[in-house]
Design a protein around this ligand. Structure first.
Ligand code: SAH
Ligand code: SF4
Ligand code: F3S
Length: 463
C-alpha cells in the first residue's frame, strides 16, 4: 500500500492569509493529503506569501531560496508559491530568474483551483504560473481544515477598494466583494455546532461589508444576527476602517454581550496633511470624534491601532502630531511600522523624491514605541482588580506552571496552573491582579464555564 501524500504550508501575513491556508489545507485533505509536521517531511510545500511590507517579502524570498536544497535532495517534492506576492509582477520575474526549483505559482484569486493546478503540474517540466489578474465571483462551499481549538475565522468581505497610497493590498486582493449573508450565517452556525465559541469575522475593511450586495447589507445587522446563534460566546471582527465606522455599529456593539469590546481602529498618522497624502479620507478631528463616541457608548472599550512612521515627506512636526494623537486617544496597544515603499503604489514614487532619512524614521519609531509602551502599561494597570473571562490558549512558554489566556478584549492574561487541571480552550473566570506592558496577571476565581452541549466536530468541515 502506498502511503498518503503529505503537505506543509508556510504562511506569512495577516489573518486572511491564515484563513486561505485553511482552505488550501481543506482542499488537500479532500485529495487525500495529510499534514506533515515539518517541511522536509512533506511531498508538497506551499509558501503562502504576504506583500504588505518589504520585510515580509524578504522572509518569503529567503524561505523560497532555502527550499532549493530540499528540492535538490528530493526532486519528487512539489513546491508552490501562493498568496499576495504571487499577484505582483516583480515576484514572478524574481521566481523565473532565481527560483526555477519552484513548480507552481498561483495567486489569491484562484485558490480554489488547487486540485486542477496540482494535476497540471504533473504534466509539465517547467514552472506553472497561473495567476488571475482580477477576482472572479466569490466561491462558496470550499472545504477547509480549521485547527482544533475554539477560535475560528470567517471571511465576510474580500479585497479592498480604499487605495491608501502606501498600500499594496488593493492590488493583491482585488476589489471589494462581500459574501452573501446566508452562507456566512450558515458557516457560523455550523462552527458553533462544532464547538467553536470564539468567532472572528474577517475582511480588510469589514465596515464596508454588504455595501456591494443587492439589496445592500450592513455589518451591524450581520453582527446582530450572528449574536443570536447559540454556542457563540465571543464575536470579533477585523479590520475596521475609521471612515466607515457607523454610529449604528457603535450602538450595536454597546448593546451586545458577545461582540468584542475591542476596537482595532488603524489611524496610520496624526497629521491631516499626511492623512490626506495617504488617501485615508478622514481627518484627525473626525477620527477623534469617532473615538470619543466609541468610548462614550462602549464601557471599558479597548482601543488599538496601526501607525506608519516615515511616510514620504513626513516632517518632524507632523510626526509630533502623531505623538499628540497617541497621547490623546491613549490606545491599549499600537502596531507601529516603518514606511516600506511598495512598487506600483503612488507613495513609492514620492519616496523617490522626498524620503524621510532612515535614521529619522528609526528615531521616530523608537520615540513612538516608548510613548505607547508607557500608555499600554498604564492602561493595563487600570484593569487591576477587575473580573474577566480568560480563554485559555495554553501553558506559558516561560513557565509551565502558568496558563496563558486571552481576555474578551484580546489581552494576554497569565495565571497559576494546577497540574491536574486541563483548561486549554476553556473560558475561565479570573481577577486581574497585576499588569505589565504586554500582558496582565490574574488569579483564577472559579471553575471553567461549561462547554456548549453540541460538539460533534468532523475532521474536515465542508464549509
Ligand atoms: N486593511 C487594514 C490594514 C491592512 S495592512 C486597514 O486598512 O486598517 C496592516 C497594516 O500594515 C496597515 O494598517 C498599515 O499600518 C501597515 N502597512 C500597510 N502598508 C504599509 C507600507 N507600505 N509600509 C508600512 N506599513 C504598511
Ligand atoms: Fe490597505 Fe488602506 Fe485597504 Fe487597509 S484600507 S487594506 S491600508 S488600502
Ligand atoms: Fe499581507 Fe496580503 Fe494580508 S499583503 S497583510 S497577506 S492581504
Amino acid at each position: 500500500m502506498t502511503r498518503s501524500p503529505t503537505y506543509f504550508i508556510k504562511t506569512y501575513g495577516c489573518q486572511m492569509n491564515e484563513r486561505d491556508t485553511e482552505i488550501l489545507a481543506g482542499q488537500l485533505g479532500v485529495l487525500g493529503y495529510s499534514p506533515a509536521g515539518r517541511d522536509r517531511d512533506a511531498d508538497l510545500i506551499i509558501v503562502n506569501t504576504c506583500a504588505v511590507r518589504g520585510s515580509a517579502e524578504e522572509h518569503a524570498f529567503g524561505y523560497i531560496g532555502q527550499l532549493k536544497q530540499l528540492k535538490d535532495a528530493n526532486p519528487g517534492v512539489r513546491l508552490a508559491v501562493a498568496g499576495c506576492m504571487a499577484q505582483e509582477p516583480g515576484t514572478i520575474a524574481w521566481l523565473k530568474r532565481y527560483a526555477d526549483h519552484v513548480d507552481l505559482v498561483f495567486g489569491t484569486h484562484n485558490l480554489h483551483e488547487l486540485p486542477r493546478l496540482l494535476d497540471e503540474v504533473e504534466q509539465r517540466d517547467e514552472m506553472l504560473i497561473d495567476v488571475w489578474r482580477t477576482a472572479g465571483e466569490v466561491v462558496e462551499h470550499l472545504p477547509s481544515r480549521r485547527n482544533d481549538g475554539v477560535r475560528a475565522s470567517v471571511n465576510i468581505i474580500y479585497g479592498c477598494d480604499k487605495f491608501c497610497t502606501y498600500c499594496i493590498v488593493p492590488f493583491t486582493r482585488g476589489k471589494e466583494r462581500s459574501r452573501d449573508v446566508l452562507p456566512i450565517v450558515e458557516e457560523v452556525r455550523a462552527l458553533a455546532a462544532q464547538g467553536y465559541e470564539d468567532i472572528t469575522l474577517l475582511g480588510q475593511n469589514v465596515n464596508s461589508f454588504g455595501h456591494d450586495l443587492n439589496p445592500p447589507q450592513d455589518l451591524s445587522d450581520l453582527l446582530a444576527q450572528l449574536e443570536t446563534i447559540e454556542g457563540v460566546r465571543w464575536l470579533r471582527y477585523t479590520t475596521s476602517h475609521p471612515r466607515d465606522f457607523s454610529q449604528r455599529l457603535i450602538d450595536t456593539i454597546a448593546a451586545s454581550s458577545k461582540i468584542t469590546r475591542h476596537v482595532h481602529l488603524p489611524v496610520q498618522a496624526g497629521s491631516n496633511r499626511v492623512l490626506k497624502r495617504m488617501n485615508r479620507k478622514y481627518t484627525v478631528e473626525s477620527y477623534l470624534d469617532l473615538v470619543g463616541r466609541i468610548k462614550a457608548a462602549v464601557a471599558d472599550v479597548s482601543l488599538t491601532t496601526d501607525i506608519i512612521v516615515g511616510f514620504p515627506g513626513e516632517t518632524e512636526q507632523e510626526f509630533e502630531e502623531t505623538l499628540r494623537l497617541v497621547r490623546e486617544v491613549r490606545y491599549d496597544a499600537a502596531f507601529t511600522f516603518l514606511y516600506s515603499p511598495r512598487e506600483g503604489t503612488p507613495a513609492a514614487r514620492w519616496e523617490g523624491r522626498d524620503p524621510v532619512p532612515n535614521s529619522a524614521k528609526k528615531d521616530r519609531l523608537n520615540r513612538l514605541m516608548a510613548l505607547q509602551y508607557e500608555i499600554s502599561l498604564q492602561a493595563n494597570q487600570a484593569l487591576v482588580g477587575r473580573e474577566e473571562l480568560a480563554l485559555v490558549e495554553g501553558v506559558s512558554k516561560k513557565n509551565d506552571m502558568v496558563w496563558a489566556g486571552r481576555t474578551h478584549s484580546n489581552k494576554v492574561v497569565l495565571f497559576a496552573r494546577h497540574p491536574q487541571d486541563d483548561l486549554i480552550d476553556r473560558f475561565v473566570p479570573v481577577r486581574i491582579s497585576g499588569a505589565k506592558t504586554f500582558y496582565l496577571l490574574g488569579e483564577q476565581i472559579g471553575g471553567p464555564l461549561a462547554r456548549p452541549s453540541s460538539r460533534d466536530r468532523v475532521e474536515l468541515p465542508l464549509l
